[in-house]
Write a protein that binds this ligand. Structure first.
Ligand code: SAH
Length: 216
């Protein structure tokens, strides 16, 4: 039987030393969310290797360093509404809920069975009161309330226009765009103006649906 607690602590220390985890609240979330509970049984023993793992359907849960790099870039505060495109396992959404404490996350997933997988994982881990999972093309969902933050965990050809519209003024979006190696961007909306900042090169699965690479 593997000591997951110890493995988690070691990985978090490594990510702090590497400068990926920079804030106390992201560190706390990294220590509190059990990645082993968000991966298929066969992948559990690799839960604290800093690499993406298969979650079936050709999709992956991102490597921990990518999850926490994006969480730091999102600049999360208590009480925010965060919108995610690409629920996958639900792990990233759980870390966001954990960082905010009070706050709500809406996560979307285009693969129906994965939406169910994410929902089951989140429910079991105790996040179902703060995280909602919706099976749909996350770029096209209409919401009544504009989110403070948008996280996209699949690479889009470019920043999808509907997501720019959806983002609250003063809000931020973290999104990978382009073809391999994709560019991780922080997009900010201020007084209706859009500013994009390049952060680093990344490797994500492609976004699907109308605004993605694969329209099926
Ligand atoms: N954030 C996830 C990892 C996601 S991998 C985690 O923590 O595990 C990217 C996911 O985006 C895949 O599951 C893929 O099916 C989903 N996806 C791709 N295009 C999408 C779209 N248009 N809307 C919603 N989800 C999408």
């Amino acid at each position: 039987m593997m000591d997951f607690e110890e493995a988690r602590r070691r990985l978090v220390e490594l990510l702090v030393a590497e400068g990926i985890i920079r804030s106390e609240k992201v560190k706390r979330a990294a220590l509190n969310v059990r990645r082993e509970d968000f991966v298929p049984e066969s992948e559990r023993r690799y839960a604290y290797e800093d690499m993406p793992l298969s979650i079936g359907y050709g999709q992956t849960i991102s490597a921990p360093h990518m999850v926490f790099l994006m969480d730091e870039l999102l600049d999360l505060r208590e009480g925010m509404l965060v919108y995610e495109v690409g629920a996958g396992s639900g792990y990233h959404a759980a870390t966001i809920a954990e960082i905010m404490g009070e706050g709500r996350v809406i996560t979307t997933e285009i693969v129906r069975d994965l939406a169910l997988f994410a929902w089951k994982n989140l429910n079991k881990a105790g996040y179902s009161d703060r995280v909602a999972v919706i099976a749909c093309d996350g770029v096209k969902l209409k919401l009544r309330e504009k989110p403070d933050r948008i996280l996209v965990t699949a690479a889009a050809p470019d920043v999808p226009h509907p997501l720019l519209e959806l983002l609250k003024d003063g809000g931020k979006m973290v999104i990978p765009v382009g073809v391999f190696p994709q560019k991780l961007l922080v997009v900010e909306k201020r007084d209706g103006e859009i500013a994009r900042r390049y952060v680093t090169d990344v490797a994500f699965v492609p976004l699907r649906g109308e605004w993605g690479f694969n329209r099926r």
